[in-house]
Design a protein around this ligand. Structure first.
Ligand code: ATP
Length: 229
């Protein structure tokens, strides 16, 4: 007993800390681009959970076309039984704008300190970060995974250059600790957007195969996004 075996990692018996991804969005409606992208990131980063977080009143964009209740119900239909994707509805519980910093603080209050949190942001959203409420505090609560398209412009705005120089690591699997670093994840997104889906529905066309069948059934049952809405 007590013999050192070099083939066994020293902390092999220590429980691995939890790894939680966070993808915010309007999800008006949720579609296969969101879901496929989220699943790929969750698998490649071995996340225990990837939370889709529908926003109530997004600070940076137009009011969603359908109610928070319907958007939430569609995301719930979409991820039912699709581990590790889950829905987190905390932003819909607040009667305030959906600031990401508030969401992260509220999530952190429920987690073990060592839990790793990964905030997923598209490149465009990342470039707009300096306009976000208390943006400089975000990395105290999470790592940031920038979802980069192979064809995208990769020049960050000046305000982010120093941050990237100080905090970015080249391998997303090398992100260490609960928060504080930035990594890029290269992804070829599916060419689908919620805007396109709303337009198709408003003109009476089908969105079959652009959204999960359960979401399509919800849209049809509730008559969402028709021209008369
Ligand atoms: P809209 O067309 O109404 O602007 P959207 O389709 O871009 O909506 P959002 O709810 O704004 O959907 O998306 C939330 C996040 O999901 C985005 O910031 C982006 O990172 C990601 N996302 C959106 N569309 C795709 C896609 N086709 N592939 C991968 N990720 C996507």
């Amino acid at each position: 007993m007590g013999d050192f075996d070099p083939s066994v990692p020293v902390n092999a018996s220590a429980p691995r800390c939890r790894r939680i991804g966070v993808l915010g969005g309007t999800f008006d409606p949720v579609h296969i681009g969101h879901l496929r992208g989220a699943l790929e990131v969750a698998e490649s980063l071995a996340l225990d959970e990837l939370r889709l977080v529908p926003s109530a009143r997004p600070p940076h964009r137009d009011t969603p076309q359908v109610s928070a209740k319907d958007r939430l119900a569609m995301v719930e239909c979409a991820v039912a039984g699709v581990a590790p994707l889950v829905v987190d509805d905390r932003e819909l519980q607040r009667d305030k704008p959906s600031y990401t910093i508030d969401t992260l603080e509220s999530m952190r209050a429920e987690m073990a300190d060592e839990t790793q949190v990964f905030l997923l942001l598209g490149w465009d959203a990342f470039c707009g970060l300096p306009t976000w409420h208390r943006w400089e505090e975000l990395l105290q609560h999470c790592h940031i995974l920038v979802l980069q398209r192979p064809d995208a412009d990769s020049e960050p705005p000046d305000a982010l250059r120093n941050l990237l120089a100080a905090r970015s690591v080249s391998d997303p699997l090398a992100l260490k600790g609960p928060s504080g670093q930035i990594a890029f994840v290269w992804q070829t997104p599916l060419a689908v957007s919620a805007t396109q889906i709303r337009q198709l529905l408003a003109s009476g066309k089908s969105v079959r195969f652009l959204v999960p069948d359960a979401v399509l059934a919800y849209i049809e049952a509730h008559g969402l996004y028709r021209a008369s809405n």
